[in-house]
Design a binder for this molecule. Structure first.
Ligand SMILES: [Cu+2]
Length: 301
């Protein structure tokens, strides 16, 4: 069966295309899908909430729809996307995203695209390319992202093979924004600082809104799955994304089990699931693992 053309597969697509000895023009390149004629509509409400990152660790969060990350927005390449942002908070907020097409006045940074408290802004995007990208606040230089205004936009290829899909949002939370950050001892080292969560860290490093194995929802799969991972990094620091016991061919053709993601970058990859186990999934920066970015991938027969 033919695999979906995703952004992760660019070099492989290129290798099959004679014109690819020089970069293909993006506007009419092989990755662009024609318009479907369909419109996907989403409503995002900017809400400030007390967000429990882990047991007792409560963040003074700014959110889309009450959660970190915000809802995963899904569309098919070729769709038009309409996002209505309703700002119910007491600070300015916006939505900016990547790879979709929009007018500059709607990019989430232009003043016309920023919702002041009580305002509603409607964004219209066209999504000709398949892939997975972050969406996030751009009303200021970075406070919105640090507070939690982040999420993933998944653009499925129309000819995509169905898979067990995992969406992963990597980000970082500032200790100064915690309403509660109790002293919880690291179960292995016993390390604990006064009022700190499992030891002193510059940031708490989170996956899908939570920190540490006891709070991050584990991923799950079954042997025989096509396991597809959609990973976006939208925090303050760079991370790696490492899955124990597995391997895949990355976008540059390299066989790997650990990829690097700077803030604002993203990757989609997939593999045939062949390893039963309760596998660790983590960022490979030791301080980031110790600071929360670690969970499990549970594969059953
Ligand atoms: Cu990291």
């Amino acid at each position: 069966m033919r695999r979906a053309i995703t952004l992760a597969a660019v070099p492989m697509v290129c290798a099959l295309t004679p014109a690819c000895t020089s970069p293909a023009p993006v506007g009419d390149g092989p990755l662009r899908y024609p318009a479907t004629g369909n419109t996907r509509t989403f409503e995002l409400r900017v809400q400030d909430v007390r967000w429990e990152v882990g047991p007792g660790a409560v963040y003074d969060a700014w959110t889309y729809n009450g959660a970190i990350p915000g809802p995963t927005l899904e569309a098919t390449a070729g769709d038009r996307i309409v996002v209505t942002l309703i700002n119910e908070s007491d600070h300015a907020a916006s939505v900016h995203t990547h790879l979709v097409e929009f007018a500059q006045a709607q990019d989430g940074a232009d003043p016309a695209s920023i919702a002041e408290p009580g305002e509603t802004v409607t964004y219209e995007w066209f999504a000709p390319y398949a892939g997975t990208v972050p969406y996030h606040d751009h009303a200021d230089e970075g406070e919105g992202v640090a507070r939690g205004l982040t999420g993933a936009l998944v653009i499925h290829a129309p000819d995509e093979v169905p898979a067990n899909e995992h969406v992963v949002v990597l980000s970082d939370l500032e200790p100064r924004n915690f309403l509660q950050l109790p002293g919880v001892a690291d179960p292995v080292t016993g390390m604990l600082g006064p009022g700190e969560y499992r030891g002193p860290h510059q940031y708490l490093h989170i996956m899908n809104g939570h920190a540490y194995e006891d709070a991050i929802p584990p991923f799950s799969g079954r042997v025989g799955d096509l396991s597809r991972w959609r990973v976006v990094s939208i925090g303050i620091q760079a991370h790696t994304f490492h899955i124990h016991g597995h391997r895949w061919v990355d976008a540059d053709g390299t066989l790997t089990d650990n990829i690097q993601l700077a803030p604002g970058t993203y990757r989609t990859f997939e593999f045939e699931e062949d390893r039963e186990g309760d596998w660790l999934v983590h960022c490979h920066f030791p301080e980031h693992m110790e600071g929360g970015m670690m969970t499990r991938y549970r594969v059953t027969p």
